[in-house]
Design a protein around this ligand. Structure first.
Ligand SMILES: [Zn+2]
Length: 509
């Protein structure tokens, strides 16, 4: 907190106002407004920019700019940063905490991804953080808080107190790996308790740092828990909301946008009592035109260099030739694509897997005996797609396969690669009726049976014409999933030696 006006200073200014415009003392005090600015990010997985946006160096510039204005600035994080990323695959998120320390945070709430490496690593990262980690609704059976978290933080801005607390996602137990010991309790009940307790401690403005997603945030507000402001996360959307009583801000993902919520606070006498008032002013800054902070950028570069070295480490050896050439992966079954589909299916424990050939980009062959590095896999799967899990009817799965096979003659990227099923098709039949038969687990596909499907978030969201996947029930979504490249790297590293072949999963008739 910088440049708070001392009470004496406030009186002095008030006196000047009286002299100038002749207001009464009480009225002059009532006009005295104090601003506090929240600079907010959430769901930041990478420290470097991509396509000119995001990353921590541009975020650091915005933090500095806001602080240079001289007001009260509170820098917040709505959760999800320790994972997933290629760097986190190596250091379990240690680089992220180090960089957030360097930017200078005031508070962060624990998102589901903060538990991806298990509760011991979460505890270690919290210990490394030089800023408070919040998560008031994380309890064990004894009612104890998660080690290292603090229940709340109170900041001062002029004559006002700002009480902040954190709410973790109630489904963190299924979205991540916090361990059976930790329960994520009802956010609404927790918010009610925390707001009451902070008011008792003299807080004027109550702020929830939330990783609930916008639906959870809206529910929080609708329940009238006593909070004023929600600084959110989890959705990856850029959102501002104000209904005259409560404000919500969420700042997209990866620092592409930085949320700025400036709150003007004042008090005024009403029916013989001093009452507290506030009003928000919002900005969502696109970081495309923001210069990177040179200090932070150079630290980011050190980590990027380490990543580059780590990517060159060998993870396994192929006993057979692998083929990722464009013309191959968009027209026929290949051993390499089968390997990817197998890794996806195994990683989420699904009945079947489906991924698009257009997502495989290496465009090369690897002779038998080739040693594969992480960089090879990263080059093959460069899009940052995430392995997700859906529950889908046999009828919709069939429709998805028809879409995948609908443009074989054009070598379209939608060409399907599968695991756990055998598909016989006629490429010469009209698009939409090319599939002749589908066998799953040795039995014909049943249109009325629900299957679990491992796929990537791009086609799950309707990409490459896979609109039908959008109506499937989501079991593991993008926010809870692992990077597809990491899925495949981990799979190869665990096996050491691989020999994936085309084995008749996709048969032309
Ligand atoms: Zn999340």
């Amino acid at each position: 907190m910088k440049r708070n006006l001392a009470p004496a200073m406030v009186m002095h200014l008030a006196a000047a106002a009286i002299a100038l415009i002749g207001l009464s003392t009480a009225a002059a005090l009532a006009q005295e407004k104090t601003d506090v600015t929240f600079v907010h990010v959430n769901d930041v997985y990478r420290i470097a920019p991509a396509k000119g946006r995001g990353g921590l160096a541009k975020f650091a510039t915005i933090v500095k700019q806001e602080k240079q204005k001289g007001g009260n600035v509170i820098v917040t994080h709505g959760g999800d940063s320790f994972s997933p990323s290629l760097l986190s695959g190596f250091d379990k998120g240690a680089h992220m905490v180090d960089m957030l320390n360097k930017v200078g945070m005031d508070a962060m709430v624990l998102g589901n991804h903060e538990f991806d490496f298990g509760p011991d690593i979460t505890r270690q990262r919290i210990a490394e953080a030089k800023f408070p980690m919040l998560g008031a609704n994380i309890r064990n059976d004894a009612g104890e808080a998660f080690p290292g978290t603090v229940p709340s933080v109170i900041k001062t801005a002029g004559p006002f107190k700002i009480g902040m607390f954190g709410l973790a996602h109630p489904e963190t137990g299924t979205l991540s790996s916090p361990g059976a010991q930790w329960r994520f309790t009802d956010p609404i009940a927790t918010a009610r308790d925390m707001a009451a307790s902070l008011r008792k401690q003299g807080a004027d403005l109550i702020v929830a740092l939330s990783h609930l997603g916008i639906d959870g945030d809206r529910a929080l507000i609708a329940a009238r828990t006593g909070i004023d402001i929600v600084l959110g996360g989890h959705d990856h959307d850029a959102i501002v909301f104000y209904d005259g009583r409560n404000a919500i801000i969420q700042a997209g993902e990866d620092g592409n946008y930085v949320g700025i919520l400036r709150v003007s606070m004042w008090q005024k006498e009403k029916r013989g009592k001093m009452r507290f008032y506030w009003q928000p002013d919002f900005a969502l800054r696109n970081t495309a035109t923001v210069e990177a902070d040179p200090d932070i950028a150079s630290q980011v570069a050190v980590y990027e260099e380490k990543l580059s070295e780590a990517l060159d480490v060998e993870i396994g050896e192929t006993a057979v030739e692998l083929d990722s050439r464009r013309a191959t992966v968009r027209t026929q079954e290949t051993g390499f694509a089968n390997l990817i589909a197998d890794a996806m299916r195994e990683s989420v424990g699904a009945d079947v897997a489906l991924t698009n050939g257009g997502g495989i980009r290496g465009d090369r062959t690897y002779p038998p005996g080739s040693r594969l590095t992480r960089r090879d896999i990263q080059t093959e799967l460069p899009f940052g797609n995430v392995t997700v899990k859906l529950a889908i009817s046999g009828a919709d799965l069939l429709a998805a396969l028809e879409n995948g096979l609908s443009q074989v003659e054009k070598k379209a990227g939608r060409f399907p690669h599968v695991a756990g099923m055998k598909v016989v098709y006629d490429p010469a039949a009209p698009a939409g009726s090319r599939v002749i038969s589908v066998t799953i687990g040795g039995k014909p596909l049943d249109k009325n049976t629900t299957y679990t499907l491992a796929t990537n978030d791009y086609i799950a969201n309707g990409g490459d014409g896979y609109k039908v996947l959008k109506s499937a029930k989501v079991l593991i979504d993008k926010s809870a999933g692992t990077l597809l490249a990491t899925t495949v790297m981990d799979y190869i590293a665990a096996k050491g030696k691989i020999a994936p072949r085309a084995e008749g999963r996709l048969q032309q008739k």
